[in-house]
Design a protein around this ligand. Structure first.
Ligand code: PMP
Length: 359
């Protein structure tokens, strides 16, 4: 039986990438070593890291005035690293809060700065994105922070917000799922464990003029410039995770790049939402249609008892990790880049059968 893994992260990786990594596990390209055993300053690993960066730059068409950093510490570290580096001599930060992760980032930033909630979807239980025309921006804010895809609520921005000050985006859960114009951003960050590779690697793309303004007293490891000046080798980087990310980038290029993968992601999401919407209310997705996520699809059933039964029967059918986040309950199907179309088709067939038998 095929297993389809709908986990929100760490998440499914492309089968071809796993097979290639397995093949190279004990002997990378005749080096006689696993990538895990290599010095990060050796010729072999330096070439792996350089290739990974070059492929990422190509995929996203990253302009030359942006640095790409391969860091650690996850999105959670970015919640403090961003304000420590980008606040400069300003006092406040604008936040657009569309779910759990934006709220958490705001809470952390509040340790260092005043925070202005320019807009929040909380009144609607985070099921929509307030229109940009009504956002109440602070003219003195250092930057605007938003989350392009809220992983728990399944709310995704279909556009890039307008901003005169640097735009900071937490792209953890939709990074590399569609083309984006990097030049619109001051900084993008993303944990790897959804669309990029194993947990333990955090990607940061930062416009060069934002480097070098770190708040006095900031720990060295939290200064973007330190990492930029050292080509992300100031300390020992997560070498194996970078190697895996590099394989994923090559796989993405073979899928037709971000345009190719975006088309497949749209097809998968449409199939799943169509199954929900055509179920006569048996399945319900609470999210406002224009803002429904193409990566994380939350849905409810008529009762919690049926939801528990759904999770159990789905797992028995090889469809695993469908339970929603503990804070919101219900179901959540995460359908990242590496989830095959067949996985979504199998889930939809299962959902239709389950509704017929229990409706
Ligand atoms: N931001 C978003 C959008 C996320 O989905 C997550 C994790 N699921 C985080 C931040 C936090 O990432 P980490 O656990 O790697 O610190």
């Amino acid at each position: 039986m095929s297993i389809y893994n709908f986990s929100a992260g760490p998440a499914v990786l492309p089968q071809d990438v796993l097979i290639e990594a397995a093949r190279e596990m004990t002997d990378w390209h005749g080096s006689g070593m696993s990538v895990m055993e290599m010095s990060h300053r050796g010729r072999e690993f330096m070439s792996i890291a350089a290739d990974a960066e070059a492929d990422l730059r190509e995929l996203l068409a990253i302009p030359s005035n942006y640095k790409v950093l391969f860091l650690q510490g996850g999105g959670h570290s970015q919640f403090s690293m961003v304000p420590l580096n980008l606040l400069g001599d300003r006092k406040s930060i604008d936040f657009v809060v569309t779910g759990h992760w934006g709220k958490l980032a705001l809470k952390e930033a509040h340790r260092f700065a005043e925070v202005n909630v320019a807009a929040s979807g909380e009144d609607s239980q985070f099921t929509t994105i307030p229109p940009q025309s009504g956002w109440k921006r602070d003219p003195g804010a250092a930057y605007l922070h938003y989350v392009s895809n809220e992983t728990i609520g399944g709310v995704q921005f279909p556009y890039i917000p307008e901003s005169d000050v640097p735009l900071v985006c937490d792209m953890s859960s939709d990074f590399l799922s569609r083309p984006v114009d990097v030049s619109r951003f001051g900084l993008i960050f993303a944990g790897a464990q959804k669309n990029v590779g194993p947990a333990g690697l955090t990607l940061v793309i930062i416009r060069e003029d934002l480097l070098g303004h770190v708040r006095p007293g900031t720990p060295t490891m939290f200064d973007y410039r330190v990492h930029a000046d050292a080509d992300s080798m100031y300390n020992t980087p997560p070498t194996y995770a970078i190697y895996m990310a590099g394989l994923v980038f090559k796989w993405l290029k073979a899928q037709g790049g971000l345009k190719g993968i975006a088309a497949r992601n749209a097809e998968k999401a449409a199939l799943l939402y169509q199954a929900i919407d055509a179920s006569n209310g048996f399945y319900r997705c609470p999210v406002d249609k224009p803002y429904r996520s193409q990566m994380n699809v939350p849905f409810r059933l008529p009762s919690e008892a049926l939801e528990a039964q759904f999770v159990e029967s789905a797992a028995a059918a090889g469809l695993v990790q469908l339970k929603g986040h503990r804070s919101v309950g219900g179901m959540r199907a995460s359908i990242y880049n590496a989830m095959p179309l067949e996985g979504v088709r199998t889930l939809v067939r299962f959902m239709n059968d389950f509704a017929r038998n229990n409706g």
